[in-house]
Write a new protein. Structure first.
Length: 248
């Protein structure tokens, strides 16, 4: 009979499905969306370049070699502070050659240890906006990186209570987005990825059929830059996290 649940579906289950359809699922990025991240890495990189410069290379060249080394190490060892520390050390040894000094290596190591201990600096308006969103929608934190390191950051941020699930993956690509859609039974037309990175948050989510909210951050890491694609999904561009309230 039209209007009644089909065979095998109880009225309660049908109501639950309807409720799920009505509200949205927001996958929310963490680094440089919920808290500052890249600005701390950039500070370490600036000091690293200053330390390496006396070996006789222009600053831009040192940065270029570091970026190349990072790309290679990310492919092999993934993201995270330790992978970054390895890239700094390798870049230093490559450029300094016979001029390499133990003290410089120790200095680099100490900066990386400090970086790992830096508490997350929550971005303006984030806790109150999450408090608002979590009452209306399903929130899932979706971040990439080294699992233990990212989990520790989430815990120290004090924001985990706003999320139904915390998902940490080695790389955010269309494949991992599709996996999340299946795992959490996300209705794509009501599914959104919210983040600062075109390469990791916006483009792969759109390719997987989700909608996206792009919140650019002035300090987004060079390796995350990419032109934004929109396809047939909805794409909203906001200047602050707080503005999510006007859309959800
Ligand atoms: Mg990010």
């Amino acid at each position: 009979m039209p209007g009644l649940p089909g065979p095998g579906i109880t009225a309660g289950a049908a109501r639950r499905i309807l409720l799920t359809m009505r509200r949205h699922t927001l996958l929310i990025d963490a680094d440089d969306t919920l808290w500052e991240n890249n600005v701390f890495f950039e500070k370490v990189i600036e000091d690293f370049i200053t330390l390496t410069e006396p070996c006789g290379y222009p600053r831009a060249y040192i940065r270029h070699i570091l970026n190349e080394t990072e790309r290679r190490n990310i492919r092999q060892h993934g993201y995270g502070v330790r992978s970054f520390g390895r890239s700094l050390e390798e870049t230093y040894l490559k450029l300094a050659g016979e001029m390499s000094r133990h003290e410089s290596l120790a200095q680099i190591h100490n900066r990386v240890v400090d970086l790992e201990r830096t508490p997350p600096k929550i971005l303006d308006g984030v806790p109150e906006t999450l408090a608002y969103l979590t009452q209306r929608h399903r929130l899932i934190l979706f971040t990439k990186g080294e699992p233990a390191e990212q989990a520790a950051k989430v815990e120290r941020s004090g924001l985990q209570g706003f999320f139904e699930a915390i998902e940490i993956v080695p790389e955010k690509d269309p494949h991992t987005y599709r996996g999340l859609v299946n795992k959490h039974k996300i209705v794509k037309s009501h599914g959104w990825m919210v983040g600062n990175s075109p390469r990791s948050d916006i483009n792969p989510a759109v390719l997987a059929g989700l909608n996206a909210v792009y919140i650019p951050h002035t300090n987004t890491w060079e390796l995350e830059h990419e032109p934004v694609v929109s396809g047939s999904s909805k794409l909203v561009i906001l200047s602050t996290f707080r503005e999510l309230r006007s859309h959800f």
